[in-house]
Design a protein around this ligand. Structure first.
Ligand code: FAD
Length: 460
């Protein structure tokens, strides 16, 4: 008998409940990944994420080969492709790990039903969130509106389960597979050198990042705010693609705790909690990437005629060092430090008064960790239109932020090298700064413009 394991956002062999169940059944196992760019509502991956997926699939394929089976790659709408693979392999059962976007859930539910009609049982498992979105809900049964009570209630409900080991070995038939290169995930022309220099996609790379982080977790609580310091885990793309599970990260962090790092590990755990919170929001508000969570923001008037300002932001040419360093960091390595994500998003939304959705899309295309829930929830958080959001009138001042969090300008100069010669790295316009642009907007004026637009909204 054959069980088909359909891999999605869970590109790992350890702590993979669907794979573990198939292995434990003693069945032959067929492992399959479907690149689905055809199902309506499933958001196509951005460029940086595609690069990541290519390498992650290569790594998963190698791990499965070591265990004894190939990874079968296919492309097309899952509703067509999965039943085809079931038929080709004569599978009597299908196993997958749950996903939580609306189009994904609808697809999976329809597949489950149509497979059942053919006598094939599909079983889904919890793998990618420690608390499923419907598990710990607010008093009215929906999403929590505020993070702290959400996370407190999650932790009080139960301890996240322990991770499962990887199977020792697998057996199963060969099936025709598309060639990984033919999926067309790699960029052409090749702009991925900075990504290659920074990341090792795949499960081994994820565990190496985790180990490296746990060795230097002491100080995380403060260091996580300093973009020039390697203070955070950089696990986000690995978590996004499920190369490591949140259960694995959670328990490894708890196990590494000693009295001197207890507070750092608690804060790190609550960041994982923000990921869970974002997914609960997306589950109950599937349009989180396009629709204001707080409808009063629908009346907000965004500037639309600022093409050159938008381009300056996208290219890291705004004349504000922290904004430019962040945008160039993302362009170069597909990842940006959290503090700088907040500052660059605030700058776009408030100083340039460009609709947060424009920024959300740009990040979606540029980030290797682009995540349907965390990206949308975070953009709405900065915009003030989201749940538990930073109030709209909180406008990050990029100069004060870099003076406070990157005082020696290390981060600024690393990503904006022309600032090495500037007289004043935080405020280059105050002296000579050869090759560096003038500010695109005046901070004070643009701040006042934003505040009066908000005032008009709140009075309307
Ligand atoms: P660490 O500090 O080591 O945190 C550990 C893990 O916790 C992260 O890997 C991540 O999975 C999770 N996490 C941490 N902070 C947050 C947060 N605020 N919200 C949700 N999860 C969090 N994160 C994404 O994973 N994908 C995105 O597309 C994304 N877009 C963002 C857009 C904006 C405008 C902002 C302000 C934040 C965004 N974040 C996003 C959240 C956060 O910036 C990243 O998760 C974090 O910088 C990843 O770095 P790290 O793995 O070193 O984090």
């Amino acid at each position: 008998a054959v069980t088909l394991v359909w891999f999605r956002d869970d590109l790992r062999i350890s702590d993979n409940p669907a794979l573990a169940a198939a292995a434990d059944s003693g069945d032959d196992v067929v492992a399959c990944y479907v690149l689905d760019e055809d199902t309506e509502g499933i958001r196509p991956l951005g460029g940086a994420s595609k690069w990541w997926l290519h390498h992650s699939l290569a790594a998963l394929s190698a791990s499965l080969t070591d265990l004894g089976i190939p990874l079968v790659l296919r492309r097309g709408a899952a509703a067509d492709v999965v039943p085809r693979v079931v038929a080709e392999s004569s599978a009597h059962a299908v196993a997958w790990n749950r996903r939580y976007g609306l189009a994904e859930r609808t697809t999976d539910a329809a597949l489950k039903a149509s497979l059942a009609d053919q006598g094939v049982e599909a079983t889904s498992y919890q793998a990618n969130l420690m608390y499923e979105p419907w598990e710990v809900t607010s008093g009215t049964g929906g999403a929590y509106k505020v993070f702290t009570p959400f996370w407190r209630a999650c932790l009080a409900s139960r301890t996240p389960r322990k991770p499962l080991p990887a199977p020792d070995s697998l057996h199963g038939p060969q099936l025709p597979s598309d060639d990984l290169d033919a999926l067309g995930l790699l960029p052409s022309p090749d702009w991925a050198q900075g990504l290659r220099d920074t990341w090792t996609p795949g499960e081994a790379g994820a565990h190496a990042r985790l180990d490296d982080f746990l060795d230097r977790a002491r100080g995380y609580k403060d260091n996580r705010n300093l973009p020039g310091v390697k203070g955070t885990s950089m696990l986000s793309p690995h978590l996004r693609f499920g190369e490591i599970s949140p259960f694995e990260v959670w328990h490894a962090a708890q196990d590494s705790r000693d009295p001197s790092t207890a507070e750092d590990i608690r804060v790190f755990g609550s960041e994982l909690g923000w990921r869970e919170f974002s997914w609960q929001l997306l589950y109950f508000h599937p349009e989180l990437a396009t629709v204001n969570y707080r409808p009063e923001f629908n009346a907000f008037t965004w500037e639309t005629s600022t093409r050159s300002e938008l381009e300056a932001w996208q290219r890291g040419q705004t004349g504000y060092p922290l904004i430019d360093a962040g945008m160039r960091q993302m362009w170069e390595i597909g990842w940006m430090h959290n503090r700088v994500r907040m500052a660059t998003a605030s700058f776009l939304i408030k100083n340039l008064m460009i609709d947060w959705r424009v920024g959300e899309k740009w990040f979606w295309d540029c980030l290797v960790d682009a995540d349907a829930a965390s990206n949308a929830a975070s953009w709405q958080w900065v915009a003030g239109s989201g749940a538990d959001a930073s109030p709209y009138f909180r406008i990050f001042n990029p100069v004060l932020q870099s003076k406070k969090f990157d005082p020696d300008g290390k981060y600024l100069v690393r990503f904006v090298p022309e600032l090495a010669d500037a007289d004043n790295v935080h405020e280059p316009w105050k002296g000579a700064a050869p090759g560096y642009p003038e500010p695109v907007v005046d901070l004070k004026e643009s701040r006042e413009r934003a505040l009066s637009a908000y005032k008009a909204l709140s009075e309307s």
